[in-house]
Design a protein around this ligand. Sequence first.
Ligand code: HEM
Length: 252
Amino acid sequence: MNDVIEGIVGKTISGQRSRTPARLDYIQSATGLFLALFMWAHMFFVSSILISNDFMYAVTKFFEGAWLIDGGSPLFVSLAVGIVFVVFIVHAAIATRKFPVTYRQFRAYRSHMKMMKHSDTNLWFVQALTGFSMFFMGSVHLYIMLTNPGNIGPYASADRVVTGWMWPLYILLLLAVELHGSIGLYRLCVKWGWFEGKNAAQSRKRLKKVKWGVTAFFLLLGTLTLIAYIKIGIDHAGHAGERYIPASEVSQ
Ligand code: HEM
């Protein structure tokens, strides 16, 4: 159905096919690649808490630009969040054109999916569902980061997770983003023929294994990280709002 509509709107008045659908596809791939790679980096930065509070503090100060101006400024964080937020919105807006828009289309897709029993078709469904859920969950997180850029750090983050009740959202968001991101990267590889090699069928099987490995790795890293923030947040709940002072500054 979507193809029929696209076929109709894809024709310009002069009878030539429009390049818009191809351009939108390209923008969707490029924004998706940016977001997926950003999420890998993000998970490593956030998991700095697993090494030590001081290390997470140092990472935070780095992103506040403490290497550039004395003491740094949360404005750098807001700027980065603003850029990610815009890319996130563009990616989501373009993705909506692939969603089934009526219940009839949804039913048709589901019965097609049951009949085919094709794992890539099932993956598409997981990706659409997790993507839809991230419209809401991702926006909540990004808006909080955008408006509270100075409230990141070992205690500030842990207080937000526990006292600020962000942990239920983070559990769901973590699941959604890790499934969505790695399925998305897998689909990009298949779509644009990256790592195809000589035997496309064989490399697709290999890619799928790598995809599950990547999902498992980031889910494990994210879960351990979340447990670390929850533990610190529970211990610090009585002093919620007090900021972390690194060991180097305490001894001064
Ligand atoms: C530049 C933009 C972003 C910044 C600065 C940022 C920053 C952070 C920080 C500091 C935390 C630790 C908890 C806290 O302080 O509340 C966190 C956790 C988290 N963020 Fe982001 N984030 C960004 C974008 C995103 C995006 C786009 C997503 C996914 C849509 C995302 C998903 C998550 C998840 C799932 C967690 C929980 C981590 C875990 O379970 O270990 N973040 N983020």
